[in-house]
Design a protein around this ligand. Structure first.
Ligand code: C5P
Length: 294
């Protein structure tokens, strides 16, 4: 029997760098949402040692070397094993990670995969760890893993580990575009110039996509300018998304290079994605809805 877990892409609708800690990590304030697009983790339990295989469009790009002990999915499995009590049935077998999302691209790929592994193996092994324990394990795996563990809209603060409820989101369409150039997160943080940006003031809810966008337009992604300096194609991507009919706004997610566009409807987003994909065969383009229930 094979078990399956979705690892949806995360999008930072805004991302303010509010401070810098003594250890070099940056304090953030971000509204994180999840897309209908994502990687998929498959697990066939067995008695052989746990192994990972990569599949999908970006699995081939990564190559088999990326499926070793440094892969965050294997690290997540090992972390969960240490958490498992005597009643849990920790097993081996085969994990297959279907990499549909571009790697090192600011939409959480590796973090979403690690979070999916925690959720899936917790369930199948019967670990039944408390949510607080899973969040602690997630935090040890990377700054974006806790929010990916929730995989629903949340406000993210601290270095990523402080999560709180976010205002209800209106219906809107989403386009994601990646130009194919991987961007290093530490390099983007290092290239950042200027001071810090205050925590955002958010309303309790937004009536419609236009209202959400007017709030977002007064906010920013503090990593967009340094990412554009390191990878100038990001500017072209932002320009081409913004030029689509009905596009309400275009912005980069996380440390890039993936950018998103918000649209008044899912249909408008799908149509824009089809046009962008036609015009740029080398780009990864996705259009659709936010994750259901997200
Ligand atoms: O935690 P994670 O491994 O995803 O972070 C990758 C790198 O990004 C860190 O080593 C750090 O350089 C940078 N980072 C940061 N502040 C954050 C998150 C990440 O400076 N809040």
């Amino acid at each position: 029997m094979t078990f399956v877990e979705a690892a949806p892409a995360k999008i930072n609708l805004y991302l303010h760098v509010t401070d810098r800690r003594a250890d070099g990590y940056h304090c953030l304030d971000s509204l994180v949402v999840f897309a209908g697009a994502g990687d998929v983790l498959h697990y066939q339990p067995g008695e052989t040692p746990l192994t990972l295989k990569l599949a999908g469009r970006f699995g081939a790009v990564l190559g088999e070397d990326a499926a070793g002990p440094d892969n965050l999915v294997i690290k997540a499995a090992n972390a969960l094993r240490t958490q498992a009590g005597p009643k849990a049935a920790v097993r081996g077998g085969t994990l297959v990670l279907e990499k549909n999302l571009p790697v090192a691209s600011g939409i959480g790929g590796g973090s979403a995969d690690a979070a999916a592994a925690l959720r899936l193996l917790d369930r199948v092994w019967g670990v039944q760890a408390a949510q607080a324990d899973l969040l602690r394990l997630a935090e040890g795996l990377g700054a974006d893993v806790p929010v990916c563990l929730l995989s629903h809209t949340a406000r993210m603060e601290g270095i990523g580990e402080v999560l709180s409820a976010a205002p209800a989101l209106p219906e809107c369409g989403l386009v994601l575009v990646n130009c194919g150039q991987a961007v290093s997160t530490p390099a983007v943080f290092r290239a950042r110039e200027g001071g810090f940006v205050p925590r955002a003031a958010l309303p309790e809810r937004w009536e419609n996509a236009q209202a959400l966008v007017s709030t977002l337009q007064s906010l920013e992604n503090s990593l967009e300018a340094p990412a554009c300096a390191l990878c100038p194609t990001v500017e072209k991507v932002l320009h081409d998304i913004a030029a689509q009919p009905d596009c309400l706004m275009a912005r980069m997610s996380g440390s890039g290079a993936t950018c998103f566009g918000l649209f008044p409807s899912v249909l408008a987003a799908e149509q824009a994605a089809a046009r962008l994909a036609d015009a740029h065969e080398a780009w990864w383009v996705w259009g659709g809805a936010l994750r259901e229930g997200a």
